[in-house]
Design a binder for this molecule. Sequence first.
Ligand SMILES: Cc1cc2nc3c(=O)[nH]c(=O)nc-3n(C[C@H](O)[C@H](O)[C@H](O)COP(=O)(O)OP(=O)(O)OC[C@H]3O[C@@H](n4cnc5c(N)ncnc54)[C@H](O)[C@@H]3O)c2cc1C
Length: 420
Amino acid sequence: MASAARIAVLGGGITGVTSAYYLARSGFQVTLIERQPGAGLETSFANGGLVTPSMSDPWAAPGIPRLLLKWLGREGSPFLVRLGAIPGLTSWGLRFLAQCNARSWRKNTETTLRLCTYSHQSLKDLVSETGIDYDANRSGTLHLFRDEFSMEKTRQSAELVGSLGVRSSVLDADGCAELEPALASQLDRISGGIHYPGDEAGDAHMFTQNLATICASLGVEFRYGETVERIEVEGGAVSTVVTDRGEVVADACLVALGNASASLLRPLGIKLPIYPVKGYSVTYPVGGWNGAPVVPFVDDARKIGIVRIGDRVRVAGTAEFNGHDKSLNRKRIDNLERYFLDLFPDYPDRAKGEGWTGLRPTTPDGIPYLGATPVRGLYLNTGHGHLGWTMSCGSARAVCDVITGRDPEIDLSGMTLQSR
Ligand SMILES: Cc1cc2nc3c(=O)[nH]c(=O)nc-3n(C[C@H](O)[C@H](O)[C@H](O)COP(=O)(O)OP(=O)(O)OC[C@H]3O[C@@H](n4cnc5c(N)ncnc54)[C@H](O)[C@@H]3O)c2cc1C
């Protein structure tokens, strides 16, 4: 497609805004439509902040079906399937279960890692191009273990991503405390950890907002507070995007609507298996707390991350299958708070924790949908699940290449509609 063409980017989360950036830089006239009053206010708002190619192994893994059954309806579990959600989950759930075998796990990890690694490099390139600030924390991530069993399990994924080029070092409890002195009081409860020095963390919301400002200076038109109602197609090609405020005529349209993508595309005959998996975070100001951790760490067994982002510490995680419900469940927030305060009883002001919930747009294999569709001029950048911040720059850059007709710098097989 000629680079001076008009393109409508639907969705102003991290995925839509990074797409707008690469498209504007390639010479497109970009209009971004977002229903919220600003960029990055839904799932990209208060996520875990981790940019972690090291966590490329998908949720669908051998052993997970048994754990899901064990955790069914249990409020304190890392994965919670609410009984009422089961009828709406059947088709997605069956596809998820079909991925829970060693062969698919390995293949999906390799595909995800290819995208995550490219994406992290693209983020670094974008930072050197723009100087964007997002409270980056470049201390890697530390995966902590409370027992030998979970350490052994995670060693398997460390070995696989290691064989694909991700550096890591295995640490005993003393080594963990040496790396992150805030853990020194926990030595009797930690059996060890794996440190991935190449990972980073940062504020995805701050990044999205600052990148939106950069996009505006490149000529991107932002239409905030406007809801996309449908995409019209004529003669097999995109013609118009219809919103609650009118119409946007465009030569091409990129869908980056996260959890809203599937319902918008269904009338066009494009069926995407994206389920909104709810997660929570609590953010604490560091204030005068001297013992605050600096190195982000993840407790794999509980699916909780504790991440220092600028002058805040964010505790994030857990996965709840309950449709599009976004209510803050006090018990789930309490679990995160208890976890944090149990590790750091010296945190001075527990009342200051700010709870948040977001819905991860999740596919059964953990891999997003990128690139062309059977409708001419209609493209996808959606379904990034629990790794959307990590995958954002690379997904947007590769999709922009597809739109302009350039060969993407990575092999997109396994990530496109056509290849799965
Ligand atoms: C608790 C939690 C922790 C996480 N931690 C991490 C992490 O540490 N690292 C990581 O890489 N990822 C993490 N993620 C995942 C990451 O946050 C998501 O994958 C990412 O934010 C998805 O971005 P998106 O742009 O696709 O979706 P969104 O940010 O949801 O953007 C979609 C946008 O589309 C807009 N929209 C929807 N419908 C319409 C419509 N009809 N018209 C106009 N606009 C519309 C929405 O308002 C929204 O702004 C986490 C997620 C959660 C919930």
